[in-house]
Design a protein around this ligand. Structure first.
Ligand SMILES: Cc1cc2nc3c(=O)[nH]c(=O)nc-3n(C[C@H](O)[C@H](O)[C@H](O)COP(=O)(O)OP(=O)(O)OC[C@H]3O[C@@H](n4cnc5c(N)ncnc54)[C@H](O)[C@@H]3O)c2cc1C
Length: 285
């Protein structure tokens, strides 16, 4: 296996494109190295992106926030401006693993590992996050919900890697939230998760996005759940409709960590709770 640590995204993309065998990007390595140790992935080339300056750090732009693909969860959790703008996204990223994992793991690694239970993905989608993809042929920007196509599968083509994620500047009176259910209090993967992002106008929900994780092969946007709360002050009837829409959208697996019936019910409960938190964060009462 060859290991390369280029200094630019262009070089990284060229290395990935040229490799005839299996090539993988290495960010924090908290998924990739585990898979390699278990013999599940045997790369011919590993391209470490942590030396690439444009892939590090959080920057404010005219339209929002840019997060370099190699920025760790711990760094995001210390960024006060990001927490203020998108608390739900930061809380989702910071739920990944332990302190040790946080010091390595990245949001983009979480996305590209393409686990249906990835914590940061529903929150990024609810926030309207976009991924900047680079290849030797150029750049393209894609909505985060278009990246994962199934468990372990992404829409990235050979020679492509993600350089950054951008989050839009939140509209006034907006809030977001992310919740997951795990059978124990720490270090487990979501059995069900829900992210909600919403904007208020005169105390009424004007815009909303509701996204579920771990209940289908990929994170799912639930337009009917958003519709249920738009035009309301999040009264009980609206929340019940949102919960039903979330449960109706579920297509979960059935295993010892949660039956289909259980996951379907919990999706509605978490959807409601996340909506209430997002509503409060937006200044609703
Ligand atoms: C003990 C432990 C606990 C964990 N707990 C959780 C948890 O609670 N919730 C959760 O969601 N996950 C959890 N994970 C999984 C893992 O930590 C996360 O998915 C993490 O965000 C992966 O980020 P990374 O930077 O380490 O990715 P890496 O392992 O470096 O990469 C993961 C995959 O993404 C690809 N990739 C990385 N960066 C890019 C890029 N820029 N462009 C294209 N492809 C890229 C890699 O090639 C690889 O296929 C846990 C893992 C461990 C070991």
């Amino acid at each position: 296996m060859r290991y390369e640590a280029p200094n630019t995204t262009k070089e990284a993309a060229a290395l990935l494109a040229k490799e005839k065998g299996q090539a993988f990007v290495l960010a924090g390595g908290t998924d990739l190295i585990v898979r390699m140790r278990l013999g599940m992935t045997e790369p011919d080339l590993v391209v470490d992106i942590k030396n690439i300056a444009s892939m590090q750090g959080v920057t404010r732009t005219a339209t929002g926030t840019r997060i370099g693909a190699a920025t760790s969860g711990a760094v995001l959790g210390e960024n006060k401006a990001l927490i203020k703008a998108w608390p739900g996204v930061v809380e989702a990223v910071n739920l990944i693993g332990s302190d040790q994992i946080q010091s390595r793991c990245t949001m983009v690694g979480n996305l590209c590992n393409a686990s249906p239970a990835a914590d940061s993905v529903p929150a990024m989608i609810a926030a309207g996050a976009k991924a900047q993809i680079v290849s030797p042929k150029g750049r393209r920007t894609v909505a985060v919900e278009k990246i994962v196509t199934g468990p372990g599968q992404t829409s990235l083509k050979k020679g492509e890697l993600i350089e950054s994620i951008t989050l839009p500047k939140p509209l006034p009176r907006s809030g977001d939230a992310y919740l997951r259910f795990i059978p124990r209090t720490e270090m487990d993967i979501a059995v069900v998760s829900a992210a909600v992002s919403l904007t208020l106008e005169r105390g009424v929900v004007k815009k909303a996005r509701v996204v579920l994780g771990a209940v289908a092969p990929t994170a799912v946007i639930v337009p009917a759940a958003a519709k249920a709360i738009i035009g309301t002050k999040l009264d009980d009837a609206a929340l019940e409709k949102l919960a039903k829409a979330c449960s109706d959208m579920c297509n979960p697996i059935d295993d010892k960590r949660g039956t289909i019936e259980y996951r379907t019910k919990v999706a509605g409960v978490l959807g409601k709770r996340a909506a209430k938190i997002a509503f409060q964060r937006a200044g609703g009462s």
